[in-house]
Ligand binder design. Structure first.
Ligand code: ATP
Length: 328
């Protein structure tokens, strides 16, 4: 006979992303709706090990939907990677009578949840929260849409100054392994070139493209570079390379950095977080575990956590083609 769920825990883990707060709010209110207790776990797995908990009711999450970051704080925990650390975590959950756990985070956080489930048969459900959009089984992760808008807004501003001075700007955006932010924000902000980890366009091709842009009358250019791009050069080396080969351009570099993770979540991320939080609670009440909530074709879907972690993502070739045509 499946266990009756009376109390659940919710945590945010790994890198924070806009929309995590909206997801916490959704989980808390869905708990109230279904008459179960909700406990907030501070600082991800580290707070879990330390028993850093707070009971959360519907009014505790008032005014939260529009806030960036996460009210529960996030952390990376070395201790949770050890058996001894996970044993402490399990003891804390038993002591606080928490029957199941919702983990809002990225693939590392889901891997931790799966390891924990395997050792203790403890029910875990994942909500994908990361700006990188690099999780298999969902077309959108929480925070990605907001980060795209933040990056587009920043590049728009950079373009204003670039076009006033005949400058070429290299703009580095987040994405060590995935070029989703670079590709989409690059197209959205009208970048001339977009360098991503999934495709090696080659330095020569980039130069040719910039030279062609110059000949066709462009006075300024923006090149968007994902952190993990394949040219083998970092953004400053890329700038130096172009400056040497195209002395007619004044080249500048802008690294957007952590501002991409911040800010009030977009309406899309708020709605997504609200839908995912409700689904996560319904899965737990259905005695499900090791699943990640996702969104595909605007329907809330469910993927095995293992697939979410191991599945490989393809870059959208159509976007690369559109970007090429737009840079004419
Ligand atoms: P981001 O998108 O920012 O990378 P993430 O969830 O992938 O988010 P990680 O730092 O990779 O972030 O993982 C978060 C935490 O999950 C780790 O600090 C660790 O406590 C736990 N974790 C990750 N992998 C494992 C593992 N193999 N075993 C146990 N715990 C793990």
């Amino acid at each position: 006979m499946p266990k009756k769920i009376k109390k659940i825990g919710v945590m945010t883990s790994g890198g924070d992303s806009p929309g995590m707060n909206a997801a916490i709010r959704s989980v808390v209110r869905a708990c109230t709706y279904y008459r179960i207790d909700c406990i907030g776990i501070y600082r991800g797995y580290q707070g879990l090990i330390e028993g850093d908990f707070i009971p959360l009711g519907p009014r505790d999450v008032s005014g939260l939907i529009n806030k960036g970051g996460t009210m529960l704080k996030s952390a990376r925990s070395k201790e949770f990677r050890t058996k001894a650390g996970r044993k402490k975590a399990h003891e804390q959950l038993v002591k606080a009578e928490i029957d199941a756990m919702i983990v809002i985070g990225g693939d590392g956080s889901f891997t931790g949840a799966m390891v924990f489930n395997k050792e203790y048969k403890y029910p875990v459900i994942g909500i994908p929260g990361t700006i990188d959009n690099d999780i298999f089984g969902t077309q959108f992760t929480l925070g990605y849409d907001t980060a795209l808008n933040t990056v587009v807004d920043a590049i728009d501003k950079i373009r204003d100054t670039a076009s006033s001075h005949n400058r070429l700007f290299f703009v580095e955006v987040m994405g060590r392994d995935a070029g989703f932010i670079a590709l989409n924000a690059g197209i959205g902000a009208g970048a001339e070139e977009i360098l991503i980890p999934e495709e090696d366009l080659g330095l020569d091709r980039m130069l040719q493209s910039l030279q062609r842009s110059k000949r066709s009358g462009k006075s300024s250019s923006i090149v968007v570079v994902a952190e993990g791009d394949k040219t083998g050069k970092n953004v400053f080396e890329l700038a130096e390379y172009v400056e040497q080969n195209m002395p007619e351009y004044e080249v500048r570099v802008s690294v957007l950095g952590h501002m991409q993770r911040g800010g009030s979540p977009s309406c899309f991320d708020r709605v997504l977080a609200s839908r995912m939080g409700v689904k996560a609670i319904e899965l737990i009440l259905d005695n499900k575990s090791n699943l990640m909530v996702g969104i595909n074709d605007n329907l809330i879907t469910v993927t095995e956590m293992e697939k979410a972690v191991k599945g490989s993502l393809d870059v959208n070739k159509e976007l690369i083609r559109v970007s090429d045509i737009m840079s004419i």
